[in-house]
Design a protein around this ligand. Structure first.
Ligand SMILES: [Ca+2]
Ligand SMILES: [Ca+2]
Length: 272
């Protein structure tokens, strides 16, 4: 069975306020925090593999770099699957790959995006990627690149949606770490004709927000490009950063995105 999120969003946008009230109750305040950083270069100093998490070498951390051209499935610690068989979303390599930026030689103020030559994950509308984890996590980090409006992450514990984040949350939180001038871009997630990139960290502020499933979605045009996913197991809050307040996902489209994901999950449950 295929799932068309755009139809659901359209239906939702003319929907009822009672639906909004239900969604609000699904989204407890300040469940998670996020932080955008530069990330770090590859383990041997490689600049052309995108950005990695500053925590990737820590105990209890698993990192997926997609460099073998496939998604980990089956018994993998992080098992990836698609919400539909449309084949729009995939592991690939091209100029849109998320980038790591280093300081321009001889200039301590100018960040230069280094082209990522490796495979990465691209997600498109109607073909979500679902990541099921073997254990509870308190941290998920990604090199987020070529940002578009409504790139969306949703964090679940079992079937309960804990929180979702989209491009608008990053913009509200200060924007992306750098804007890659190697290719054009406009609209949310872009600045001065260049698209946002950086290493985004999402983490639990308490033991009540541990998660074991992540859904990666794009709503609308453009793709959602990411690389170097890092997962950290935990039984309490993530201690790598101090807790901080995060703006609630405020836009109607943000809520519609959550509704679409919830509906997709119900469909999967029914067909399972
Ligand atoms: Ca890669
Ligand atoms: Ca994109």
């Amino acid at each position: 069975m295929t799932f068309n999120s755009s139809i659901l969003i359209k239906a939702f946008s003319v929907g009822t306020f009672s639906t909004l009230a239900i969604l609000a109750s699904m989204n407890p305040a300040q469940a998670f925090s996020f932080k955008m950083t530069s990330g770090i270069a590859g383990a041997n100093g490689e600049l052309n593999q995108g950005a990695f998490s500053e925590f990737y070498a820590d105990a209890g951390t698993t990192t997926v770099d997609f460099n073998d051209g496939k998604l980990p499935t089956g018994d993998a610690f992080a098992s990836y699957s698609f919400s539909s068989t449309s084949n729009k979303s995939s592991v690939r390599a091209n100029k849109w790959a998320p980038t790591y930026a280093s300081l321009e030689e001889g200039d301590s103020n100018v960040l230069k995006a280094n082209k990522n030559d490796s495979n990465y994950l691209a997600v498109f509308s109607g073909n979500d990627v679902i990541i099921d984890l073997k254990e509870n996590l308190n941290y998920f980090g990604i090199n987020w690149g070529a940002a578009h409006k409504d790139n969306t992450y949703s964090f679940f514990k079992g079937d309960t949606l804990l929180q979702a984040f989209s491009t608008a949350d990053i913009e509200a939180g200060g924007g992306f770490q750098h804007y890659n001038t190697a290719h054009g871009g406009s609209g949310m997630g872009s600045k001065d004709g260049a698209q946002g990139n950086g290493y985004a960290h999402f983490y639990s502020d308490s033991a009540d927000e541990l998660f074991d499933r992540i859904v990666i979605s794009q709503f609308g045009g453009g793709g959602f490009e990411t690389d170097n996913h890092s997962f950290h197991v935990g039984s309490d809050r993530f201690t790598g950063f101090e807790p901080q307040d995060v703006p609630e996902p405020a836009s109607l489209l943000g809520l519609a995105a959550i509704a679409g994901i919830a509906a997709a999950k119900r469909k999967r449950s029914q067909s399972a």
